[in-house]
Design a protein around this ligand. Sequence first.
Ligand code: ZN
Length: 148
Amino acid sequence: MAKYINAEIAHIKMGRLKHGDDLLEALTEICAENNVNLGQVQAIGAVRKARIGFYDQEKRVYEFLEFDKPLEILSMTGNISLKDEKPIIHAHITLSGHDGKAFGGHLAPGTEVFACEFIIKEFSGIDLERKLDNQTGLPLWHGDEWAE
Ligand code: ZN
């Protein structure tokens, strides 16, 4: 059965990152500085290079792909929750190159911003904490008061 919490949008931040920022780390820093522990993040723009992951479900490890070239961010979407009592962003990104073909994966540190416009929606509600899930090997959400 699905487990979930109920939350409400408390604040929205809308802005742009600096040229040369690390996409994931810069967004995570904004959350940490503002105590945004629960929410949603989305972004569009372009990167100078990208690093994305694919989770190998059998080996239970991330395999990383690196692209050292300009790419468009067609879409980046993610969520904000807590891990080890700090806000963490789990985001996936769809990128494209000169030919317009899209590809993507799990956003990893090492993705460098050319230009990026972001929206962070901060939710009020029960904090979700990531803890190791034995079935998947991934740090998944656990809540004290799940709705079912
Ligand atoms: Zn992921």
